[in-house]
Every structure is written in structure tokens, then in C-alpha cells.
Write a protein that binds this ligand. Structure first.
Ligand code: GLP
Length: 240
């Protein structure tokens, strides 16, 4: 794993946006794997800026998101569909049919998972997958104990994840209990992975990741089995 230590959130976002820009410019039909959460927002802002300055086009880009909450309509203010529209898609030249996000409202969730995985295999795998990390080491919504051999699936969110994500909702009770997530195996199929970590709250997770021991109780450790992972981490997240 390559580790790039940067001063702060802004520098992390800049570095990540550069890698995404490079990936888009160097592929004819780039496929990106995208993440949500607070961590990549700065990166998306910089990508939108590059687009507005004419430095980047998403015309030929296809995107796959890692996950979506179950039971939230795409228009719901906290759905990851809405997040992606607000932070990236509605600001750049990408069409709706170039972007894929699991449908958390599907009447048959198992079927939705199978179809998403199929699509991911057919259109993907992503040339570059962006990841954040949960305080408990989750990637996507692969919670501790997730099968490293897992495809896209339905997951019950850990209490600690619901607590950590409560800050995005009006009250903790509003945080959905389940999600659809790409599996660890689906994520590891990406050609290159860039993992972002910023802030003191991520310091324990980063320390455990860099200890290098592969353990399903700490899902991010599966990344040690991939040959092209770059961790971009700021000083605060590196503090332990
Ligand atoms: C969320 C998402 C992950 C994200 C992680 C960290 O719940 N499912 O994809 O990377 O948890 O979130 P944040 O960046 O807000 O700390």
C-alpha cells in the first residue's frame, strides 16, 4: 500500500482530485467507483471546479457508487442518490444513464444486488475506486465480520455506524437500519483503489490498517490483498 501523508483535509482532497482527473484523462471510457460520506466532499468540489474551468469532462465517464441506504427514496435528502447529484452529477456533463447507484427502494432487494453486481462486472470493473473508511474499519457498508469473498449484498448497519452517521440526519432514529453495499470482493476487483482518511476520528482505524494484519473484524484490512492501493491520509488521521 502506498501511503501519502498530507497536511490537512484540503490537501487530501486536492491529491485525490488529481488522481481522479488523471484517471479520466488517461482512459477513453473511464469507469469510476465513487464513495459518499463527509470525506470525499472536498474532492468532488475540486472536480466540479476542474470541469467548470474546462480542464475535465465527464462525457465518457461511467460511475458506480459503493452503497445506498435501504428505504430511502432517491429524492430523500439523505439518500446517496441525492448526495451524488448535489455534490457532483448535477454540476458536470454526466448523464443519468452513465451513473449507477444501488436502488434502496427495490421491491426485490436480492434481485437488485444480483443485477448491480452483474452490471459492475459488465461495465466495470472501475479503473479507480475511491473509498472512505468508517471509524470501525468499514469500507462501503461492509461492516466488521463481513465476508471478504462477498459480492453486492444487503447489510444490517452496525450500531456504531448508525451513531456515526446520525450527524447527517435530524435524529439518530432516522438513520436507516440496512443498506445495499458492494461487497469486499466487488471492491477489490477495481484496478486501482484510493482510500481517503481525514481527521482524528479516523486515527485508530488508520493505525489498525497500517498494522497490516488481515482480519474480517476490520474490513479495510482486506485492502492489504490488493496490489494497487493508495492511502491519502492527513496528519490528524495519522496521529496515532
Ligand atoms: C459511510 C459510507 C462509507 C464512508 C464511511 C465514512 O457510512 N457508507 O462509504 O466511507 O461511512 O464516512 P465519513 O466520510 O462521513 O466519515
Amino acid at each position: 500500500m502506498d501511503v501519502v501523508i498530507v497536511k490537512n483535509y484540503i490537501e487530501m482532497s486536492k491529491h485525490a482530485a488529481e488522481l481522479v482527473g488523471e484517471c479520466i484523462r488517461s482512459h477513453e471510457d473511464p469507469v469510476l467507483g465513487l464513495a459518499t460520506g463527509g470525506t470525499p466532499i472536498g474532492m468532488y468540489q475540486l472536480l466540479v471546479r476542474q470541469y467548470r474551468e474546462g480542464l475535465l469532462s465527464f462525457k465518457n465517464v461511467k460511475t458506480f457508487n459503493l452503497d445506498e441506504y435501504i428505504g430511502l427514496d432517491p429524492a430523500h435528502s439523505k439518500s446517496y442518490h441525492r448526495y451524488m447529484n448535489e455534490h457532483l452529477f448535477s454540476h458536470v456533463d454526466i448523464l443519468r444513464d452513465q451513473t449507477f447507484i444501488p436502488n434502496g427502494m427495490a421491491s426485490n432487494l436480492q434481485k437488485e444486488c444480483r443485477q448491480y453486481e452483474k452490471l459492475l462486472k459488465r461495465v466495470g470493473p472501475p479503473d479507480l475506486q475511491i473509498l472512505g473508511i468508517g471509524e470501525n474499519g468499514h469500507i462501503g457498508f461492509n461492516e466488521p465480520g463481513s465476508d471478504f469473498d462477498g459480492d453486492t449484498h444487503v447489510i444490517r448497519l452496525a450500531d456504531s455506524t448508525r451513531e456515526a452517521n446520525a450527524r447527517y440526519f435530524r435524529s439518530p432514529d432516522e438513520v436507516p437500519t440496512h443498506a445495499i453495499t458492494m461487497g469486499v470482493k466487488s471492491i477489490l476487483r477495481s484496478k486501482k483503489i484510493v482510500l481517503l482518511a481525514s481527521g482524528e476520528k479516523k486515527a485508530n482505524a488508520v493505525k489498525r490498517l497500517l498494522d497490516g494484519e488481515t482480519d474480517p473484524a476490520f474490513p479495510a484490512s482486506a485492502l492489504c490483498n490488493h496490489k494497487d492501493v493508495t492511502l491519502i491520509v492527513d496528519n490528524a488521521a495519522m496521529s496515532k
